[in-house]
Design a protein around this ligand. Structure first.
Ligand code: BG6
Length: 491
């Protein structure tokens, strides 16, 4: 942790989609709750040739569209924090003027006390030139942090190029790589569930856990991100980052403390222990026209306007090759245009080693089921432990056992607490300088290594996506992937 709170936040890509949908709303919500440093100035920069008042108008419109009215607080006070400097980041010319703007925005704060946090949410092709420009303009000093939004490359090699360019100007302890899933309260709660309770850790291994499923299902399609998505596909867009981070949090050893080094050291060990997946352990799909929640939607190729071999769905049987997880498959599945938006983790336990009810007259269909723990990440934030219970009765026709849920609805349990946008937490940690919920370079690279091996397998075996109807749970091969192990996806 670098010990200073930033008094200036410089947003690259300030007029872009992420800024409008998430960053400005998150900052405004933090401001409304009195959580931003009082003197924090926010400088937006982008290619758009607009002036400061037009930028504020754009920001106001974004807040009205993407932030619920009750979270906006004093919008005028928030908007007064904003300034704007037009910049073509591909050329070095404008960076001196930008540095001037940043200096002015310091509101007189002494350089020795203030600090600058830079948030890069631009096309990755601009990362290199932006870093060079910042360096040239003296904006990479010791009191400057750099935050990077995905995509950080398209494979290990391109990701290393970006990381090298950034490392040329900033040490790792001042680089903040975003994976917005880590900003989600329910994702952080995984750590609390595992490491703030004594119940789970002793059974959290291959002796008691049979398999794990991680599902990140979306109902949306391309959402206008035509070029980006078609170059990326589900594996790089969702598995490389969000899903592998979820897997790492589920599978990691207990860190010695909740700090950036300890947590990330344990995550990276898991990521490095991932066994390269064979093509036969993966399924890819691409959606065709169908219906989502009763609404007809076009196929991927129609949305794109041309045929494509990009996968919009993938399912993978992953293995973590270490003592704890020997023989426990981690089934991952993600896709666009699936029937519902749901992110959840299912931990399936093994059957009891010996059933004392075996010799009893058990009612048909009333037998023992193995326990499972379902962790809802979104939209439902519930934790459900399925236990076996005895159905009340005199058992004249035999004992009846049934699965009963032990359920915690997190929003109810913590009703008095504000639900927040993931970026609120991440932006605040960036301003304060806490890297725990940001991804370290070695993690990103271990993630890419595993993803690259899958892509190489797909290329070698000529794998192309199977089609699935929008509104279904992906190609039937995804069902076969688990069914051949006697496992059904949780739906
Ligand atoms: C982004 C992906 O990282 O995550 C998108 O690029 C995806 O394709 C999004 O839709 C999902 O985020 P969330 O928070 O809505 O689950």
């Amino acid at each position: 942790m670098t010990e200073f709170a930033a008094d200036r936040l410089l947003l690259f890509g300030a007029t872009g989609d992420l800024s409008r949908r998430k960053l400005l709303p998150s900052l405004c919500a933090l401001d409304a709750d009195g959580l931003l440093p009082e003197n924090l100035a926010i400088i937006g920069t982008a290619r758009s040739e607009i002036d400061e008042s037009e930028f504020r108008d754009m920001a106001r419109a974004a807040l009205e569209e993407f932030l619920p009215a009750e979270r906006r607080g004093d919008m005028a006070r928030f908007l007064a924090r904003l300034s704007y400097q037009q910049l073509d980041a591909s050329s070095i010319d404008g960076f001196d003027a930008l540095a001037q703007k940043v200096a002015e925005a310091g509101r007189g704060a002494d350089d020795a006390e203030g600090g600058l946090a830079i948030f890069l949410s631009t096309a990755p092709s601009l990362f290199g030139p932006t870093i060079a420009g910042l360096k040239h303009a003296g904006l990479t000093g010791e009191r400057v942090r750099m935050c990077l939004e995905k995509p950080l490359g398209t494979d290990l090699a391109t990701s290393a190029e970006i990381n090298d360019a950034v490392a040329d100007a900033f040490p790792e302890n001042r680089i903040f790589r975003i994976d917005h899933y880590l900003g989600k309260e329910t994702v952080q709660n995984l750590l609390a569930l595992r490491f703030a309770n004594i119940l789970f850790e002793p059974i959290w291994n291959s002796n008691v856990i049979e398999h794990v499923q991680i599902t990140v299902a979306e109902t949306v399609g391309l959402e206008g991100r035509v070029t980006f998505y078609d170059d990326a596909g589900a594996l790089r867009d969702m598995v490389q980052n969000h899903m592998l981070q979820l897997l790492a949090l589920v599978a990691m050893e207990p860190p010695t403390s909740f700090d950036a080094t300890a947590v990330r050291d344990e995550k990276v060990k898991v990521l490095r222990a991932l066994r390269p997946a064979l093509a036969s352990e993966t399924v890819t799909g691409q959606y065709r026209a169908g219906a989502i929640l009763g609404q007809a939607v076009p196929g991927y190729d129609e949305e794109l306007g041309k045929p494509s071999t990009t996968e919009t769905f993938t399912a993978i049987k992953a293995h973590v090759d270490n003592w704890r997880w020997k023989g426990v498959p981690f089934y991952l599945r993600t896709g666009k245009r699936l029937p519902e938006r749901v992110t959840e983790i299912l931990v399936q336990f093994r059957c009891v080693p010996h059933s004392i009810f075996e010799g009893q007259k058990l009612q048909t269909g009333a037998g023992l089921m193995p326990n499972k723990l379902l962790i809802g990440i979104q939209p439902e934030e519930d934790i459900t432990l399925s236990l076996m219970g005895k159905v009340p009765g005199l058992d004249e026709n035999g004992v009846r056992l049934r699965e009963v849920p032990l359920q915690i609805a997190m929003p109810d349990a913590f009703a008095e607490h504000q639900r927040r946008i993931a970026y609120e937490r991440l932006l605040l940690d960036l301003i304060k300088g806490d890297q725990t919920l940001f991804v370290r370079r070695d993690e990103v690279e271990a993630q890419w290594q595993w993803i690259d091996a899958i892509r190489a397998e797909w290329d070698a075996k000529g794998v192309t996506p199977k089609t699935y109807t929008a509104g279904s749970w992906g190609p039937s091969a995804a069902i076969a992937l688990t069914e051949r192990d006697g496992v059904s996806w949780h739906e």
